[in-house]
Each structure stands twice: as structure tokens, then as C-alpha cells.
Write a new protein. Structure first.
Length: 289
């Protein structure tokens, strides 16, 4: 059996006024697509783009924890010849990705299957101004462990969050929502309120230097998480972060909360994150001693 990993990239369906492709965080748009397909409200269509042939699909396991595993294939002489498509949108350790595994030589063109999956997802995303692109991963990642961990974490969360079908919500996010509905005061949407007064401007300048240039969550979240992990700042709300850095179109609340959850470790083997952490410690902790 052979496998191939593809990272999921999201862009606006329509380019900007200058014809440029605009990256967005489409995870929150893609999750309902999987939910609706699993519940058979609006089913995905898998069609071979080369010959128009329709393929069948069924779920190998119930989606949860941001993970779905779908078998896509065709019947040959009464046997189901299929490939397995694993979708992980949890953001637990890596940015969203899809793993395709081929079981049968009669259906083993992974790039063709990837095109079918991309085409199917984009048909379902029509009207959301979000388009999925699949980018092949050329370095080994521990996707087996990550998928298992994400799925098991989803199982743990289900007992606390019965509304969770796919892509578990962070409990804090849900509690904030409840607080708003009860007329309780919202947390501040001003980033300044989460930074120590003595070093506020210095920290803001550093954050902008390390955040503004990036368009993908895995890159833009390094600096803010470093400062929170080192307890240099308090944890800003999603609203405060996107308001300060103008990132609302590039990152969704669930993705932001996942990266700011210190129980997750998306930068475990990230040399850039380690270097940034050392830089922040030197600038904001040692200087204050």
C-alpha cells in the first residue's frame, strides 16, 4: 500500500482587484462540507476528471476531532476497489492535510485521486468564495500518530461537547459565546490590554515584525504563541489578534484557539519557532531582569 500526503491550502475563489491570489483560512468553511456529506444532507460527488466516471464513497470511521477517513472507489466484478482518503483539519500538530492511500493496483494513481478529492471539495464549497488547493508534502511527517491523537482527542471532547460532530470546538470559545448571550461583558478586543505596560510598545513592534508579513496560520501564529507560552503576555482573544494584525480573512477562530492551546504542540520540531522563542526570551525576559 502506498501513501502520499497533501497539505490543504485555501484561497479566495476570486482574485483581488490586481489579479492576485488571496490566501484565506477556509477550515471553518470546509468542516460543514464533511458534516453534511457524512449526514447525507449534501453529499460529495467524486468524479474522474479524465472520463467523467462517478465513484462511490463511504466513511471508514465516524468523523470527529477534525478527522475524517473516507474510502473512495468503484465496484469491479463485485469487489470494491478503493483508495482511502484521510482528512485532518484539527491543526493539532500540522496545518490541515489530506493523506491518500491506495490499496489496489487497479486504482493507484494517487495524483488522479487527489484531483478528484480537490474537485469534489471545491464543488461543495461553491458560494463560499473559498477554493481548496492541494500541495504535495515532500518531507516525512508523523501523520499516523497525528491522526490517531486528533481522533482520540475528539472522542474525549465528545463527552463534554455533545454538539461536536466534526472539528471539536475549544471549550473556551463556547463559554465565551454563552457569556455574550447572558449579557456578560466581553473580553477586550484591544491587544494592548494583554501586554505588560512597561514593554508594551517594544512587544507590539516585535509582534508586527514577526507577524505582518505572513499569510498562513502556521507562520503568523508563531510570535503570539511564543510570548504567551513564555508568560510574557496574557492570552489575547481572537478578536484582539485579528483587529491588531488585520488577519481576519487569513485565520479562523477555531484555528487561532488551536494554536494558542498550550496542550497542542504544532511547533514541536519547528526550528524557526525555537529560534523565535530564544529571541523573545533574550529581548523581553533577560532585559527586564
Amino acid at each position: 500500500m502506498k501513501f502520499k500526503v497533501f497539505f490543504v491550502r485555501y484561497v479566495q475563489s476570486m482574485p483581488d482587484l490586481f489579479g492576485n491570489v488571496v490566501p484565506v483560512d477556509g477550515t471553518d468553511a470546509l468542516k460543514p462540507v464533511i458534516i453534511n456529506d457524512f449526514l447525507k444532507r449534501k453529499e460529495l460527488s467524486f468524479v474522474n476528471p479524465r472520463n467523467g466516471k462517478n465513484y462511490h464513497r463511504h466513511y471508514a470511521i465516524m468523523p470527529q476531532g477534525g478527522v475524517a477517513v473516507i474510502d473512495v472507489g468503484k465496484y469491479v466484478d463485485g469487489n470494491f476497489v478503493y483508495a482511502t482518503v484521510g482528512i485532518n483539519l484539527s491543526g493539532n500538530q500540522y496545518q490541515p492535510y489530506i493523506v491518500i492511500g491506495c490499496h489496489h493496483k487497479e486504482f493507484s494513481d494517487i495524483n488522479l485521486i487527489a484531483n478528484m478529492v480537490k474537485q469534489s471539495l471545491n464543488w461543495a464549497l461553491a458560494g463560499t468564495n473559498t477554493t481548496v488547493k492541494l500541495v504535495a508534502c515532500h518531507k516525512p511527517i508523523a501523520w499516523e500518530k497525528d491522526i490517531l491523537h486528533s481522533y482520540m482527542k475528539g472522542m474525549d471532547n465528545r463527552m463534554f461537547n455533545p454538539m461536536n460532530v466534526f472539528g471539536y470546538e475549544m471549550l473556551e470559545e463556547r463559554f465565551e459565546e454563552i457569556g455574550k448571550s447572558k449579557g456578560r461583558p466581553r473580553k477586550s478586543i484591544n491587544i494592548d490590554d494583554y501586554l505588560p505596560k512597561a514593554m508594551r510598545q517594544k512587544i507590539k513592534d516585535w509582534l508586527h515584525e514577526e507577524t505582518d508579513q505572513y499569510q498562513y496560520p502556521i507562520d503568523m501564529m508563531r510570535a503570539i504563541r511564543v510570548l504567551f507560552e513564555l508568560e510574557i503576555i496574557k492570552r489575547p482573544t481572537y478578536e484582539a489578534f485579528v483587529r491588531e494584525f488585520d488577519k481576519e480573512q487569513q485565520i479562523a477562530p477555531s484555528t487561532y484557539n488551536s494554536y494558542m492551546n498550550l496542550n497542542n504542540n504544532p511547533y514541536e520540531h519547528d526550528a524557526t519557532y525555537a529560534s523565535m522563542k530564544a529571541d523573545a526570551r533574550r529581548k523581553f525576559l533577560l532585559d527586564s531582569v
